[in-house]
Design a protein around this ligand. Sequence first.
Ligand SMILES: [Zn+2]
Ligand SMILES: [Zn+2]
Length: 745
Amino acid sequence: RGTPPRDWTNANIAQMKSVCRRFGFSYDWRREISTGDPEYYRWNQWFFLRMLERGLAYRKRSLVNWCPKCQTVLANEQVVDGCCWQHDDTPVEAKEIEQWFLRITQYADALLEDMVELEGGWPERVLVMQRNWIGKSRGTRLRFAIDGVKDSKAHIEVFTTRVDTIFGAAAVILSPAHELLPGLFAGEPNRAKLEEEASRLRARIIRGADLATAEKEGFFTGRFATNPFSGEKVPIWVGNFVLAEYGTGAVMAVPAHDQRDFEFAQKYKIPFPVVIQPVEGASLRAEKMKEAFTDYGRLVNSGPYSGLASEAAIEKMTADAQAKGIGEAETTYRLKDWGISRQRYWGTPIPVIYCAKCGIVPVPDKDLPVKLPENVLLTGQGQSPLANAPAFVNVKCPKCGGPGRRETDTMDTFIDSSWYFFRYTDPHNERAPFDPALVRYWFPIDQYIGGIEHAILHLIYSRFFCKVMRDLGLVEIREPVRRLFSQGMVLKDGAKMSKSKGNVVGAIDMAEKYGCDTPRMYTLFVAPPEKDLEWSEQGIEGCARFLHRVFRLMDRHAAALHGVSARDLKPGKISSASEKEKVLLRKAHQTLRRVTADFETRWHFNTSVALIMELVNTLQDHEPLDKHARPEVLKQVLELLVLMLAPIAPHLAEELWEMLGHKESLHCEAWPQYSTELAEEEQVEIVIQINGRVRGKICVDAGLPEEELAERAFADPKIEQLLRGARVVKRVVVPDKLVNVVVAQ
Ligand SMILES: [Zn+2]
Ligand SMILES: [Zn+2]
């Protein structure tokens, strides 16, 4: 963009901050932190070094996800439907480089087990996504010997959760990136063609969410393996739906009992047997099957295991595999270690130095922070920009004093967000990331808000960091966030508002046109916060008109109410209130009761706004209010209105509060308490008649709708008894007065 990243970031922060302030968001700015400041990211480096000491950070050469647009590596969590999480039109490429990893897999079980603490407080959807992402499965690792290879170590390993189906294995399928492939192709006459096919499929590996729908492709290698249980020959295939980095990079295909394998076998006409029959219902025949039978059942065509139930077979066959040395029980996880190296400028420098003599040397704590050099030429080319800054790269080895080279990759910015909230408790600490005593005071977080798009990214990384901190003795908690709320997105014309789509409605433009309170109110009113919100100009106009109405209402009455105290309204005065006064007081307190519940428990601010609008309508219906209500009654009703409006339209509410004669700021007021007595519906006596004769009386809330009133009358024990066996011909309901039931005689 032609602007140095730091200036660009700082300008954005300043802009965002001014919007926040202008809209009246009440943050404690004394605790503001910026992850781009060395005072913050030095602690990223400090955490990295602690992890390095414990073997939780390590360096490894591996295939990585590469976004050609970002020109950087992406974590598995950042690949969405095969594309970059920031570029949904850019397929991710596979590239082999050396990079740093954090051993999040060491915490896989803790991440799973500690979810019990989150149940009830986190949306179930997020927990399910995390559980699936961690993907723990118990199963069996098995070895298929490769035909025509003398070396007993050369075998294909597969992992399966369904060893009971192994007699039905119709093929072994390898990932196009499997390390055994070059060896398998070596002696083949059509080797060049096979290698070409494999490299074509490597570019078409199917990932994650696409697995169910994307086109599965593969080819036969010409080689065979031996089924370790049946001793039969099974063809070795290559398939683009097998990922090299998950599990063993190979699967046994059991078409009769796995849907993906079934589709693959259908496409390539690979014959297969049925080896599991359902416990109930008709027997399966391979040639008649329309889809795989994936449930547990009873084994057939499975040698000595035929007749066993799946569960028993899995146990016995796994034990036998172990005894025969052809496999063993294993627990696997889908979760992979977190690759954190990024070939970007704007990030935390990874604090290690490479020395020809000493190898990887951590930067000593006393030399932190390793500062990001300013004025680095950003070319946008596919290598780390920091490599172009010789003054940064060339340093003395801290161990031997010889020439060393700094690591030039920076950390994934998700490191920044993995622990920033801990820093809020102690934002200016220069000796430690935070004082544990302060974290003990503030944590865990009572309520966190985060979009569903963070479910397996930020929300899993930050849980991981918390567990590492616990092992470092910095915190005592297992989980950083007690309750999580996932808000919806803001849509414009059905599409997510985003800078790249150019459909962002500027907050400042809105504020210029309507003031800040109107868009504030609109966003609360248009949808409950967990739902997506469709931005509409008409909706905003409606809110603007409403706020004007409130202002005019107050303008008509406020001046006359100066010096009147709403708190003078003693219970005695209420009982002497007129009917109209009672209506107003009841409406105000009922509104307050429901708005309080919306704010405290349901977070359905949209219904709160609707209720407040209703209250204003009621007030307008009773104009002239000063003729119908005494000043202290009117003042109380208007004050409650303003207090309820305060969180929604704080600036206008402050103004209205002053108009009512208050000198102190409205925002020093406590949230008002509703009076249960005043909020109660008025009771009315309903006469119940049967064929015109009075048979009973019930007391109900005034204003019950006809249908409900009739139901209540019929439910009265005495009436119910009288009507037993009778045929009701007709019923007449007069609201607040009478229910007459006509029965056939
Ligand atoms: Zn990208
Ligand atoms: Zn050295």
